[in-house]
Design a protein around this ligand. Structure first.
Ligand SMILES: Cc1cc2nc3c(=O)[nH]c(=O)nc-3n(C[C@H](O)[C@H](O)[C@H](O)COP(=O)(O)OP(=O)(O)OC[C@H]3O[C@@H](n4cnc5c(N)ncnc54)[C@H](O)[C@@H]3O)c2cc1C
Length: 309
């Protein structure tokens, strides 16, 4: 793993740096490349523009690790309001939520209860909700929350990370639930006994898991795969595999982050693939933004340009 990536991921955990950055105008300018605005209305407007281009979206309010019940309930209420706004705007926009932002660190039952409330309202509005996967200490609890919710809700999906050694086993135990799975590489700083340290192993595992998700029996049972990556080499490999197996282009989604590889998002849509873009918003953007920089330290150049603009 690169030294710069490790440094940026460590910096993402600093409260002091977060305070410094979020009060600086240049930092707000730099972050706007990946985020249309801090308020949900900016996300709705960006989703409207993407809809014009036949690209669907998914919204996430930035924030994590909430330690207070009333704060977690506020996040739930915020998302309830967003569901109504999305419905009124006739957008094909899912929600994606972080368990620790909805009380996982307080109690698993609280988290399940809050997400369950969101799923019920989302179902009434014919909407769908994804559960993000956070750092490795939360994986067991997140899987339990998902399992419990999946027994009573059909409109819930889960993110799995290909950098974790455990994910192949987790996927096997989840498949009987016929889940919607968003496969990603993983964005946190994990030690080598937990996550593959080498990019080539993370990528190889991603491809292996993607094939498992696209296997005929899994699809026949109703498993819905989404591939959350900007790695065009990997996406092409998955497309070639799917093409060879006679799997239609709309049987899976390619999911990307707002502002990254826009040209590829448009090209894939024009070629008949289903593309969904995750739009983040909110004022608590520092750790999230540092993770985006860590994914591509060349992005530091945009920060530098924003300082001098
Ligand atoms: C829809 C979606 C949901 C996600 N949800 C989660 C989650 O719940 N939990 C989690 O741990 N992670 C999540 N992630 C993040 C993911 O784990 C990766 O950290 C992130 O997608 C970068 O990896 P990559 O697959 O694009 O591949 P990489 O190998 O990192 O990148 C491949 C190429 O994509 C381009 N690229 C990648 N990132 C950037 C960037 N920030 N800026 C500019 N170019 C870039 C570069 O050209 C790079 O060479 C999500 C990602 C997406 C797209």
């Amino acid at each position: 793993m690169g030294v710069m990536r490790t440094l940026l991921l460590k910096a993402s955990q600093s409260d002091w740096l977060a305070k410094q950055a979020t009060s600086r105008r240049f930092a707000k300018r730099a972050v706007s490349r990946f985020m249309p605005g801090e308020h949900v209305q900016a996300a709705i407007s960006a989703a409207g523009d993407l809809r014009e281009r036949s690209i669907t979206t998914v919204f996430t309010l930035l924030g994590e690790a909430i330690a207070d019940r009333s704060e977690a309930e506020k996040v739930r209420d915020h998302y309830l309001d967003v569901l109504e706004r999305v419905d009124r705007s006739a957008l094909a926009t899912h929600l994606s939520v972080k368990p620790t932002q909805l009380g996982l660190n307080i109690s698993r039952d609280l988290c399940t209860e809050l997400i369950s409330g969101l799923l019920s309202r989302a179902a009434a509005l014919h909407n769908f909700l994804w559960i993000d996967m956070e750092s490795s200490e939360h994986v067991d609890a997140t899987l339990k929350v998902f399992r419990e919710l999946r027994t009573s809700h059909t409109n819930v999906g889960l993110c799995l990370q290909s950098y974790l050694h455990r994910t192949a086993d987790d996927l096997e135990t989840l498949l009987p639930l016929t889940p919607a799975i968003r496969l990603v590489k993983g964005a946190y700083n994990e030690p080598p006994h937990i996550a593959f340290p080498r990019k080539q192993d993370v990528d190889a595992n991603f491809f292996k898991l993607a094939k498992r998700l696209l296997a005929e029996e899994a699809r026949r049972e109703g498993v819905r795969p989404g591939f959350g990556t900007h790695d065009m080499h990997l996406i092409t490999r998955i497309q070639d595999f799917a093409e060879g197996a006679g799997i239609p282009r709309n049987a899976y989604e390619v999911q990307m982050l707002y502002g990254i590889r826009r040209d590829d998002q448009l090209r894939l849509t024009a070629e008949g693939y289903s593309v969904r873009v995750l739009i983040s918003y909110g004022s608590y953007w520092f750790p999230w933004y540092m993770r985006r920089l860590a994914e591509r330290p060349a992005n530091l150049w945009f920060v530098a340009k924003s300082v001098f603009r």
